[in-house]
Ligand binder design. Structure first.
Ligand SMILES: [Zn+2]
Length: 272
């Protein structure tokens, strides 16, 4: 199988607006409905190019589309927000997912069809790059409350207020219901990609994005809490997730060979 080269398209201009908020979320969707994953990729791309995709100034949109071969279509640079990939959560919601998120559409024929290995591999690689670039912790958010504080991390459309309200099932992280998007496994792929990224290739974040958790700059020890991972801890103490290997190196004997295996209550040394 030959992977086609990546594409950059110029979609209909009303489908995106200049981004006015910081990038702190990555939202995974599945695009479905055609007879093959290949046709679904093409259909989604063509929809962004189509003048018919217009609801009076906005339309269905996304930042990236990934094919079953791992081919990627970039619709807009990161400083543009799609007008609609996952919007408001209706009553009570304060903010639109698209204001803060880079969105991905993964080609899938239907809810119960396995994603292609090349789709997942490419998505993880791109998500890892964005996590490093924008200091987004590679953690999966099971629930995104659009009436509350804007969280940072990776989520699925179905986990946002918008997706719940609309009955979305993409990308399908409810495996018990037959979904095919294994979110914990995807996060492991992202972590592996980040671990393999040479430091020189990791863009430095323009602005630090400390999380709401209690960070004590200069503290020498960190007690691992639920949802922690080394990347997130590096963001807390250094405002730079790319420095997680430094924390790993200092605690290698305790953690072992797998940097993803830290557990709640573990005390980690944080090098200065
Ligand atoms: Zn969606």
């Amino acid at each position: 199988m030959t992977t086609l080269p990546d594409e950059t398209i110029n979609p209909q201009p009303w489908l995106a607006v200049p981004r006015a908020h910081p990038i702190q979320l990555i939202v995974i969707h599945a695009t479905r409905g055609d007879t093959t994953q290949d046709r679904q990729y093409m259909a989604t791309k063509n929809w962004l190019l189509s003048p018919n995709n217009n609801q009076g100034g906005w339309g269905g949109a996304t930042n990236r589309i990934i094919s079953h071969e791992g081919q990627m279509c970039v619709s807009w640079p990161d400083d543009m927000s799609p007008t609609y990939s996952a919007g408001f959560g209706f009553e009570g919601s304060h903010w639109s997912v698209d204001w803060y998120a880079i969105s991905f559409e993964l080609a899938q024929r239907n809810f119960t069809e396995d994603f292609a290995e090349a789709t997942l591999a490419r998505a993880a690689k791109e998500v890892a790059l964005l996590c490093s670039k924008y200091s987004i912790p590679p953690v999966w958010l099971d629930r995104v409350n659009q009436a509350g504080a804007v969280p940072t991390g990776i989520t699925g459309h179905e986990n946002t207020d918008n997706g719940r309200r609309l009955g979305k099932t993409d990308p399908g992280s409810d495996l018990a219901a037959g979904g095919k998007f294994d979110a914990p496994a995807f996060i492991q792929r992202v972590l592996a990609e980040m671990a393999g990224t040479p430091a020189s290739a990791v863009a430095q974040p323009a602005t630090p994005a400390p999380t709401a958790a209690a960070a004590t700059p200069g503290a020498r020890q960190h007690k691992v809490a639920g949802g922690d991972n080394l990347f997130r801890i590096a963001v807390l103490y250094y405002q730079d997730g790319a420095r997680w290997p430094q924390i790993y190196a200092a605690n290698r004997a305790k953690i072992g060979d797998d940097p993803t295996k830290i557990h709640v209550g573990m005390i980690l040394e944080i090098p200065a």
